[in-house]
Design a protein around this ligand. Structure first.
Ligand code: IDP
Ligand code: MG
Length: 138
């Protein structure tokens, strides 16, 4: 069994599509084994997205991620990193396939509704960023 970190970003929460996003994950056979709603500080957002700190969109992205509450989740399933990325669709919703979360709900490349870890190492790091072992159901 593999685990990944998923985040419903501030736009997903404020648009009221959290339930729909979670429903899609559950219908895909993904188990949610941890969940919390938090509002990141700018410092936390900068730390979470540190790999992107040289990118031109870093300032705007981190501001956006602190603009409202987010829902962080640990997802579990076989091959869940790729499975979740497939449900999400491409980073830019205009390039995302029909039926994906980003294509169906996102307005632009920055405000794209969801985050999902991109590999086993980042998944482990990102899960630790939000959750202690005690907060994850086995
Ligand atoms: P991902 O979320 O699909 O893994 P990344 O390349 O890791 O995409 O970028 C992280 C986040 O940064 C994206 O989800 C999006 O919110 C934002 N982002 C990525 N590329 C751009 C861009 O070209 N302009 C503005 N924001 C971007
Ligand atoms: Mg990424």
């Amino acid at each position: 069994m593999e685990r990944t970190l998923s985040i419903i970003k501030p736009d997903g929460v404020s648009k009221g599509v959290a339930g729909e996003v979670i429903g899609r994950m559950e219908r895909a056979g993904i188990r949610i084994c941890a969940m919390k709603m938090v509002r990141l500080t700018l410092e936390q957002a900068r730390l979470f997205y540190a790999v992107h700190k040289e990118r031109p969109f870093f300032e705007s992205l981190t501001q956006f991620m602190t603009s409202g509450p987010i829902i962080a989740m640990v997802l579990e399933a076989e091959n869940v990193i790729v499975k979740n990325r497939d449900l999400m669709g491409a980073t830019n919703p205009k390039e995302a396939l029909p039926g994906t979360i980003r294509r169906d709900f996102a307005s632009d490349v920055e405000k794209n509704i969801v985050h999902g870890s991109d590999g086993p190492e980042t998944a482990a790091q990102e899960i630790k960023f939000f959750f202690s072992d005690l907060e994850i159901q086995h």
